[in-house]
Design a protein. Structure first.
Length: 113
């Protein structure tokens, strides 16, 4: 039987929220990444409550604007790429999905033409 939870065993945290910021889904990596904050118990709670100050404001703006946000972070010497983007179902805006994954400290960059 085909496993339909494609995100559950990938080495990236995947978190999905609705248009109000309510967490609908967290894959295993997301649950373990945020275990100190509640892990799987965060499903059904507001993503806005998980973000302080400026990041909460940015998240609110993304929920309204339906735009993407990309950035990198470093925490405890680990570099991560964060990609937040709107998701849609049959063309209707449904909320945001966030991918967070480890990247090398130095990464090759290619320009293709």
């Amino acid at each position: 039987m085909l496993n339909t939870d494609y995100f559950n065993e990938i080495p990236a945290a995947v978190t999905v929220c609705d248009t109000d910021g309510i967490i609908l889904y967290m894959n295993q990596k997301s649950q373990s990444t945020f275990v100190k904050d509640g892990g799987a118990a965060l499903i059904g709670r507001s993503l806005l409550d998980c973000h302080p100050g400026a990041s909460k404001g940015k998240l609110k703006a993304l929920l309204v604007s339906q735009q993407s946000n990309s950035y990198t972070i470093e925490k405890n010497g680990v570099h991560k790429m964060i990609q937040q983007m709107p998701w849609f179902e049959n063309g209707e805006y449904k909320g945001l999905i966030e991918f967070s994954f480890i990247i090398p400290a130095e990464m090759p960059h290619f320009i293709r033409g």
